[in-house]
Design a protein around this ligand. Structure first.
Ligand SMILES: Nc1ncnc2c1ncn2[C@@H]1O[C@H](COP(=O)(O)OP(=O)(O)OP(=O)(O)O)[C@@H](O)[C@H]1O
Ligand SMILES: [Mg+2]
Length: 490
């Protein structure tokens, strides 16, 4: 077919159909083979689920380069959507943050394997939340290392599973309180900012909270389901980002199936078992296929095993971070890529580009009327010492529950084989102790060395740095002495 030998740089579009009475099925590798295309990401197939398909063949992967996100992208349109990236055909991808037509808050799920771009995508959404007056509560279960720029740009930033539980409990209470308040007003639906703001709770690395053997799995699952159920009509959304190959890893498939069906579901680079699960859960029609997202855009080229070629460096191939499928969008099988968010290369501290995306304003906070319902934990969100005490109480409660369990049933919600999390001194306390023991201000490196030498568990430099930030920004006696130096204000 001459059409398949396009001039350089040309895009070819094939409209295909099978005879009436048949259902179009295709096999992606076979299609690539038939077209003699080695790089499968050059082909896009979209079907109507029945007889017809459009096959688009690009001269090279059309998503290799994507522009940076702008503040304008993040402003909600009249349908409550923001621009998050582009589809392979160049059209803008929109994700819904809110549904003004029904007044419904949204549920968000962001899946992807490690390095696929979950945390950056979350930052885009968090920046959008801030810019649209949405109150964000974020629990970053990677010790605050996943989305560090969010810390001062959201209303409540937590870093431990205990704090996630406190946040979830508070959010469920707020939903209850709003419901009662709205019902007294005779209101049947949520109206944004009249008077209450939208409120989103996000759990980053939710798998750490929900996977089998995680200490708070049962309660977290219950609370997430509860918030998903009651929050929608009172302006409270919930979002999870997770690295998971199975829904089972996330509190059991029942919890999430409903959320997945109605939520904004984004699938970044995933494992094939995850996709099988999505199909078996009915989230993707059995005939739909998603072109797997490769780790990098390197062509597989067969060469003699003995060819000497300096050009064989895998490291040079562009990555595919941020490429995804927006399953809840109008084109679930069309590959898209998120806009560039922040710098690709790691920055030594907080990423200035990401900070700029959030803007300088103070983040929106929960309405006064709900502060009582949000309770002690919300009031203590900027008080690390008080928060540590509340977290310890959550931990102790879980321990007590565990001790009450009849023998033989142990391990259902908490695995005693795991070292108790809160019993070991927390990094933040070790960091403060290191500063207290020193006679002069210390750099982050000095603090790290002192903490590594204190006989406690191994720590990573990032965790020490985060602890320092938390201490300096929190209401404690730790202060910055000079550029890059920390000390105790005695
Ligand atoms: N939209 C994006 N724009 C720019 N860079 C990105 C984007 N998405 C991902 N990256 C790059 O890829 C790296 C990994 O992305 P990210 O940390 O978001 O992945 P992740 O899915 O959260 O991984 P992990 O499971 O390790 O937490 C980032 O450090 C960044 O360099
Ligand atoms: Mg991450």
């Amino acid at each position: 077919m001459s059409v398949l030998a396009p001039a350089a740089g040309e895009v070819v579009e094939l409209m295909l159909e099978v005879p009436q009475g048949q259902v179009l099925e295709y096999n992606l590798p076979a299609l690539c083979s038939a077209l003699d295309i080695a790089d499968p990401t050059r082909i896009a197939v979209e079907t109507d689920g029945l007889r017809r398909a459009i096959v688009t063949i690009y001269p090279s992967n059309p998503l290799a380069e994507v522009r940076a996100v702008t503040a304008e992208d993040l402003v909600m349109d009249r349908h409550g959507r923001i621009a998050v990236g582009v589809y392979h055909n160049g059209r803008t991808v929109k994700r819904r943050l809110y549904d003004p037509a029904t007044g419904s808050a949204q549920r968000f799920l962001l899946f992807g394997t490690t390095g696929a771009g979950k945390s950056r995508t979350l930052q885009l959404e968090l920046a959008a939340e801030k810019r649209n007056g949405i109150v964000s509560w974020v629990c970053d279960l990677k010790n605050g290392q996943s989305v560090p720029e969010a810390r001062d740009n959201v209303d409540w930033f937590g870093t431990t599973p205990e704090e996630a539980i406190l946040m979830l409990r508070a959010a469920v209470n707020v939903a209850q309180e709003r419901m009662e308040r709205y019902s007294r007003l005779g209101r049947t639906a949520f109206i944004r900012d009249a008077p209450d703001p939208l409120h989103h709770l996000r759990i980053e690395e939710a798998n750490r909270l929900l996977e089998k053997g995680a200490p708070y799995r049962e309660e977290a699952t219950y609370l997430i389901r509860e918030l998903g159920r009651t929050g929608r009509s009172v302006g409270e959304g919930i979002g999870l980002s997770a690295q998971a190959s199975h829904l089972e890893e996330l509190g059991g498939s029942d919890t999430l199936r409903a959320m997945l069906k109605e939520g904004e579901v984004t699938l970044l680079r995933w494992s094939s078992s995850m996709m099988r699960q999505l199909v078996s859960d009915g989230l993707l029609p059995a005939t739909a296929q998603l072109m797997p997202i490769p780790k990098s855009l390197r062509n597989v080229e067969l060469r003699s095993q003995f060819a000497i070629d300096a050009d064989d460096d895998e490291e040079d191939a562009p990555g595919t971070q941020g490429m995804a499928y927006l399953l809840s969008g109008p084109h679930p099988t069309a590959m898209m890529r998120h806009f560039r968010i922040g710098s690709i290369a790691p920055t030594p501290g907080l990423d200035p580009e990401i900070l700029a995306l959030y803007g300088d304003d103070a983040p929106p906070t929960l309405e006064d009327a709900s502060h009582d319902a949000a309770g002690e934990a919300y009031a203590a969100r900027h008080d690390p010492v008080k928060m540590a005490m509340l977290c310890q109480a959550v931990y102790d409660e879980a321990q007590e529950e565990e001790d009450k369990r009849p023998a033989g049933k142990a391990g259902k919600s908490y695995s005693p084989a795991k070292p108790p999390r809160a019993a070991a001194p927390r990094i933040i306390d070790r960091v403060r102790a290191a500063l207290a023991n020193a006679s002069a201000p210390m750099s982050a490196e000095d603090v790290l060395a002192a903490v590594l030498a204190d006989g406690g568990k191994e720590v990573r430099p990032g965790s020490v740095r985060n602890a320092l930030l938390e201490l300096v920004n929190g209401d404690t006696d730790v202060v910055r002495a000079d550029r890059g130096l920390y000390t105790i204000d005695r």
